[in-house]
Design a protein around this ligand. Structure first.
Ligand code: F6R
Length: 271
């Protein structure tokens, strides 16, 4: 795992925007299709703002780029302001130049949820898999909505949200009781198949989950620890989220060595 520790959440957003821009532009230059995996929540908001700004400055175009979001709540219609369909339109999709039908988010409204989950898996495969998956992390270590105890071999499926996740997400709803109890989420095995993964975390509330993700044993007790099994993962953190890492100094040294040698450690396949 590459661990990058930066001073502030703005630096984390800028780093992530640089990675996304590099992947999209490298693929476009090679005339290859590009598939991004996207996350919602508070953490990637700065990333999406940066991408919209870069699009406005003509530094990036999303023509030919396909996206797959990690998850969607069950019981919330797509036009509801707290649905992840609404979030993505509002934060990114409506501001940039994606082709029509390029954006995929699990369908959870007026449909058979088991069939919807299987169709999502098929769609990811039909598009050749995900080139770069963006992730946030829950305070309990969840990625997507793969809560504590999720099988490391799980695929897209229905998942019950923990009380802690519902409380954490209550800040986005007018009353805590409105937070849905279930979501359709990519599984851990689905996420691990991505060719590159970038996990973003900011703030002290994520420090313990990040310590388990990077330095803990691989265990469904902290689902993000499964990322240790993918050889092309970058974890980008602000100081607070990094504050419980034991090998903090080593990660900083590794980054300065990479910089001094101008090595870009994230591999983007263009074949
Ligand atoms: C969202 C998602 C979740 C969030 C996590 C952190 O699509 O899959 O795993 O990334 O709950 O949320 P924030 O960023 O709001 O702290």
């Amino acid at each position: 795992m590459r661990v990058v520790i930066l001073p502030s959440p703005d630096d984390v957003a800028e780093f992530a925007a640089n990675v996304v821009t590099a992947v999209v532009n490298t693929k476009a230059k090679a005339n290859k299709s590009c598939v991004l995996g996207l996350a919602t929540g508070g953490t990637p908001m700065g990333l999406y703002r940066q991408l919209v700004d870069r699009y406005t400055r003509r530094e990036i175009s999303f023509r030919g780029v396909t996206t797959f979001n990690l998850d969607e709540y069950v019981g919330v219609p797509p036009e509801h302001v707290q649905s992840y369909h609404y979030y993505m339109q509002d934060a990114l999709f409506k501001h940039v130049d994606f082709d029509s039908n390029a954006n995929h988010i699990p369908k959870t409204w007026n449909c058979d949820l088991t069939e919807s989950a299987q169709a999502y898996e098929r769609a990811i495969k039909e598009h050749g898999g995900i080139d770069l998956q963006i992730l946030g992390i829950g305070t309990d270590g969840h990625i997507g909505f793969n809560e504590v105890g999720s099988s490391l071999g799980s695929r897209t499926r229905l998942k019950t949200l923990t009380r802690r996740t519902r409380l954490d997400n209550a800040r986005f709803f007018s009353i805590a009781e409105e937070v849905p109890r279930m979501a359709l989420t990519m599984g851990i095995a689905t996420i691990l198949e991505s060719r590159a993964i970038l996990l973003m975390a900011t703030g002290i509330s994520k420090a313990s989950a990040i310590a388990g993700c990077v330095e803990g044993p691989v265990s469904s007790n902290n689902p993000s620890s499964a990322l240790q099994l993918n050889p092309n993962v970058t974890i980008v953190l602000d100081e607070e989220a990094a504050s419980l890492l034991k090998h903090h100094e080593y990660y900083r040294d590794s980054e300065s060595v990479l910089h001094s040698l101008s090595v870009n450690s994230m591999k983007i396949e263009c074949s």
